[in-house]
Design a binder for this molecule. Structure first.
Ligand SMILES: Nc1ncnc2c1ncn2[C@@H]1O[C@H](COP(=O)(O)OP(=O)(O)OP(=O)(O)O)[C@@H](O)[C@H]1O
Ligand SMILES: [Zn+2]
Length: 722
């Protein structure tokens, strides 16, 4: 008899076996409906095998779905990704199938005349209807057509009943038009042309090649990889390309550039799409019709049959790391996916991660460099403002030199970006009477005040509450005061300093979706905003031609974090933020406010000395054998009952297998020991680079049976140390 192993979205390590009915042809990759208890689920066939008759009581597959099978390389990739991240393979595979929950959008109906069919009785009213139908624009309803003809809808309905007029689905054409590589070709400079040529050629070769596209901000990395896509499509029109971006606002900007470049909009893929649209894109991808997809990390799981090029733009960006549900590093999975597809992959950044630089230096990635800004644009001058010498006035955040620079910029009719990576009004709310800090009731994190909404918000869990009038701890009235600045508070200061300036905030609170982000970016591009107060939403990738001043409100902010990548992340973020200035004809400058101007990260930024910063940082990591010179994995246990979590942690700690060149730290309370009412404990594994940390983890976990009240999440290569 034939048995199929089917991957279904359940938290188990193996596929489930089902009997294949005799009349069903089934192969790896096919999508099927299978019974599970009283339910039916959609799954992917991982394997079909012949077995001797058995008395195992196996259920049978209900149906094979009338959909294209997952391409072989897609499925290979998904199964590998599950092993790599120690995730249930069925849940990993389900990431590829999420869009199937929806039906594609139905095309709207349009009224047409039925050829060769005349009305039995041609009254003047009926003649008017037919004339309106022949002459007017197409319409969907009888009422609409009646209005156009100046008669009642009943007349139209009569004609429909008689079969003279009929409703048919509109010809909407292909919702995804084919890109034209010749549409608006850009003249590249020699470095850009070299990069585009190498990438394009690799993509056409059908072999796996990984590139680091390392170019200063504004050097034309986007221009270069778009040209590589063009060359690929020229040489192989059926090829598919995937461009990953870390931020929805940036996605919108790149979509606009692709549309201008190729004369057709690419498909977008991110959480903001409607269900039917997702399904439409999924169908177009799996059938191969869709050539260019631009999206968030989840686009990695789309079933491309012909994927030849993957671009990971701003590859250093932390948001490629998925931290909820299945935990994975999107950038790393992109490289793996390219390997399974025999495709080219481009990691692009002005501030590459140490991981990627390490891979390039060791020859695993080919390095392409763009060393200058395009045309006459030059990199901005970066100056550190020592707040010890020039402090802002009490309860304000902008120092006199920064205020003066803003006034000059405004007087010249140019734009300023004030960068502060903190949403809301104030990061902490404190009671003046007793010193109590407002925290979320069931989470170890401070509540952030948001003035626009008048609420106190936990940025970790989304919990929010109205701002109370009295201190919940001591009961004092009107004693709660905001401490420190967020973007809303800086905006307030800017408005009082420059009431005539057009000032706007750019953060995920003010631009929660693609459309609002695009509107804001376009307003900034058109020069309709003088001063933009922004979180990291604006630090990445944007081109604002008239922006000549970037002020960093608190350059010390990220340096206090103290986790593995704090220095690296701060350097990258500030370099990106300052890189927004002076990208067109007018030169730009960046002023960084700091209390610690001697800090090596800030010194390197001011000197524009990326390479020496990276060398120092890299040497420290090497000495400590930390990533990228070693591997890390975090195990986080959580549960409602503190003692159950504690016991599970002890169980794990007691079962650590012997291993060389590997250490386990903990268990310890996670830095956020309480989240949404759940207690959390953490163990951290460090291993040398050549140790198979996944194999170690599997061996370890096989030795313990954790109580079902405790959840274990495994984070291979953790970025957040919360
Ligand atoms: N060859 C070229 N011809 C015309 N304009 C160019 C060319 N190369 C770059 N530009 C322009 O220079 C600006 C910066 O280019 P682009 O956005 O591609 O740089 P980037 O390296 O991707 O920037 P970032 O790292 O800051 O995201 C854009 O306005 C772009 O259109
Ligand atoms: Zn109090």
């Amino acid at each position: 008899m034939k048995v199929a192993a089917v991957l279904i979205p359940l938290p188990v390590d193996e596929p489930f076996d089902y009997v294949v009915p005799d009349d069903m042809a089934l192969a790896r990759g096919d999508l099927v409906t299978v019974p599970l208890g009283p339910r039916q689920m959609t799954g992917v066939v991982s394997e079909v095998r012949e077995i001797p008759a058995t008395n195992r009581r196996l259920k049978a597959i209900v149906a094979r779905l009338d959909l294209p099978a997952l391409p072989a390389a897609t499925l290979d990739f998904l199964e590998w990704a599950a092993r790599w991240t120690l995730s249930p393979p069925g849940e990993m595979a389900a990431l590829s199938l999420k869009a199937l929950r929806h039906a594609p959008p139905k095309p709207p109906l349009r009224l047409h005349r039925v050829a060769g069919k005349a009305p039995v009785r041609l009254t003047p009213a009926r003649a008017a209807v037919l004339q309106a139908l022949d002459e007017g624009p197409t319409v969907a309803s009888a009422a609409e057509l009646g209005r156009a003809a100046g008669v009642s809808a009943g007349v139209v309905k009569g004609l429909v009943d008689e079969g003279v007029i009929t409703a048919r689905p509109a010809e909407t054409g292909n919702p995804l038009q084919a890109p034209d590589p010749h549409h608006a070709r850009v003249e590249l400079n020699p470095d850009q042309a070299e990069a585009a040529g190498q990438i394009g050629q690799a993509a056409l070769s059908g072999e796996f090649v990984a590139f680091l596209l390392d170019g200063v901000t504004g050097s034309g990395k986007t221009e270069a990889y778009l040209e590589a896509v063009a060359r690929l499509l020229e040489g192989y029109p059926q090829a598919q390309a995937l461009i990953l971006l870390p931020e929805i606002a940036l996605t919108q900007a790149v979509i606009a550039r692709i549309t201008a470049r190729f004369g057709a909009a690419p498909a977008e893929w991110h959480s903001g799409l409607t269900g039917p649209r997702r399904r439409q894109v999924w169908d177009a991808v799996v059938s191969g019709h869709c050539r260019i997809v631009v999206g968030a990390r989840s686009a990695l799981f789309l079933p491309f049959p012909n994927l030849r090029l993957i671009v990971v733009d701003e590859e250093h960006d932390g948001s490629y790391k998925q931290e909820d549900g299945l935990i994975y590093q999107g950038r790393d999975l992109a490289v793996a996916r390219a390997r399974f597809e025999s495709a080219a992959v481009v990691l692009a950044s002005a501030t590459p991660s140490l991981e990627t630089l390490g891979n390039a230096r060791q020859g695993r990635y080919r390095e392409l460099r763009l060393t200058a800004r395009h045309g006459t644009a030059v990199l901005p001058d970066i100056t550190l403002l020592d707040l010890r010498a020039d402090p802002p006035e009490p309860q304000t955040w902008l120092s006199p030199p920064l205020r003066a620079a803003m006034a000059e910029t405004l007087a010249r009719g140019e734009q300023t970006l004030l960068f502060l990576n903190r949403r809301g009004y104030a990061p902490v709310v404190l009671c003046r009477a007793c010193g109590h800090r407002m925290t979320a009731p069931d989470t170890d994190s401070w509540l952030v005040e948001h003035r626009y909404t008048g609420r106190l918000v936990c940025h970790l869990t989304g919990f929010s509450m109205a701002r109370p009038d009295t201190c919940p701890s001591c009961g004092a009235k009107d004693s709660l005061v905001p401490v420190g600045p967020g973007v809303e508070r800086v905006e307030e200061e800017v408005r009082s300093l420059f009431p005539e300036a057009r000032t706007t905030i750019f953060s995920s609170d003010t631009t929660p979706d693609g459309r609002s982000a695009r509107d804001l970016v376009e307003a900034m591009e058109r020069g309709e905003i003088d001063i933009l107060v922004a979180t990291q939403a604006a630090a990445k990738g944007h081109n604002f031609p008239n922006l000549t001043l970037v002020g960093v409100v608190d350059a010390d902010l990220g340096l206090r974090g103290g986790d593995l990548r704090a220095a690296e992340r701060t350097f990258q973020l500030l370099m990106q933020a300052t890189g927004r200035a002076g990208r067109a004809e007018r030169p730009g400058r960046a002023l960084l406010q700091t209390w610690t101007p001697e800090h090596p990260v800030l010194q390197a930024l001011a000197a524009g000395d990326r390479d020496s910063f990276l060398a120092t940082e890299s040497e420290e990591r090497r000495l400590a054998a930390l990533p990228p010179f070693g591997r890390l994995a975090a195990l986080i246990l959580s549960g409602d009952k503190a003692d159950a979590v504690e016991k599970a942690a002890q169980l794990l700690a007691g079962a650590i297998p012997n291993a060389e060149r590997l250490e386990v730290y903990g268990p310890a309370d996670a830095p956020l020991a309480l989240v949404r009412g759940r207690r959390r404990k953490r163990l951290l594994v460090r291993a040398d680079r050549d140790v198979d940390i996944q194999a170690f983890l599997r061996a370890w976990l096989a030795r313990v049976k954790l109580p079902s009240s405790v959840r274990l999440s495994i984070d291979v290569d953790p970025y957040s140390f919360l």
